[in-house]
Design a protein around this ligand. Sequence first.
Ligand code: NAD
Length: 256
Amino acid sequence: MDYNLKGKIVGVTGAASPNGIGYAIARRFLQEGCKCFTVDIVGDKVALAAEALSEFGEVKAYTADVSDKDQMIKVYEDAAAAFGKIDIYVNNAGVGHTAPLAELDEEDWDRELRVDVKSVFLSAKYLPKYMNRGGTIINAASFVTLIPSAVMGAYSAAKAAVMALTRVMAAELSGMDIRVNAYIPGIIDTNMNRQRIETIGDKLQAQIATQRFGMPDDVAKGVVFLASEAASYINGTYLEVSGGKFCVQNPNYAHV
Ligand code: NAD
């Protein structure tokens, strides 16, 4: 689909895994004629992924921790110097710790909030000066933003905070003509979910009206739409890409 994004400069974090959402987002933007830089903490993997992505367009990979201020300022600076000012930035990197709160390690709680939330804060504080007017920042929230999950307390708290920050950023960055939105994936078939899909896949699928798990590219298509002129008056909100997860309490009743 042509969203008129040709030549736009796009950053995507958490794009090291070829079957992850970040990779699919970068690929879609490249296919739209954008230039992309990708950022991930797993250096060798993000470089390999960028090599594969280069089939679709110009791409540059950075190894950095999205929760580290100095590393990220360097990425913003270098990407803007290499490509020109940034138009679209996707805070996609995330981690999801699974444990009841009583058993959750403090280090894991801290890491969850650092990677998922502090990264978004850093982009709000340090990225705009490297961005073009009319740009957009798009943050990965989660279905736990809408309904928190048991045994995912830290993740639920972090992704609720991502949505709160998204709204505040939309208001505070409007003076620079930067829109800020979030996307809420449902259950997407990536490494993050592989074990749950393998063990309780039937139960999870029964929550989804569309009766299938999402693919990373389903989310990527939504993110490209949010970044485009087609979404010019969409600001401070989220796009749910869940195939209708819990659009009713009991989606599976429609098929029994
Ligand atoms: P994934 O685990 O496949 O990819 C996440 C990427 O983030 C990995 O490549 C990882 O190396 C990177 N990363 C982790 N910590 C980092 C750090 N400190 N600095 C830089 N990179 C770091 O996950 P995914 O399923 O592709 O999810 C992408 C985003 O979408 C995440 O924010 C996730 O919470 C969110 N999400 C996913 C689902 C789903 O069903 N998969 C559902 C809701 C929300």
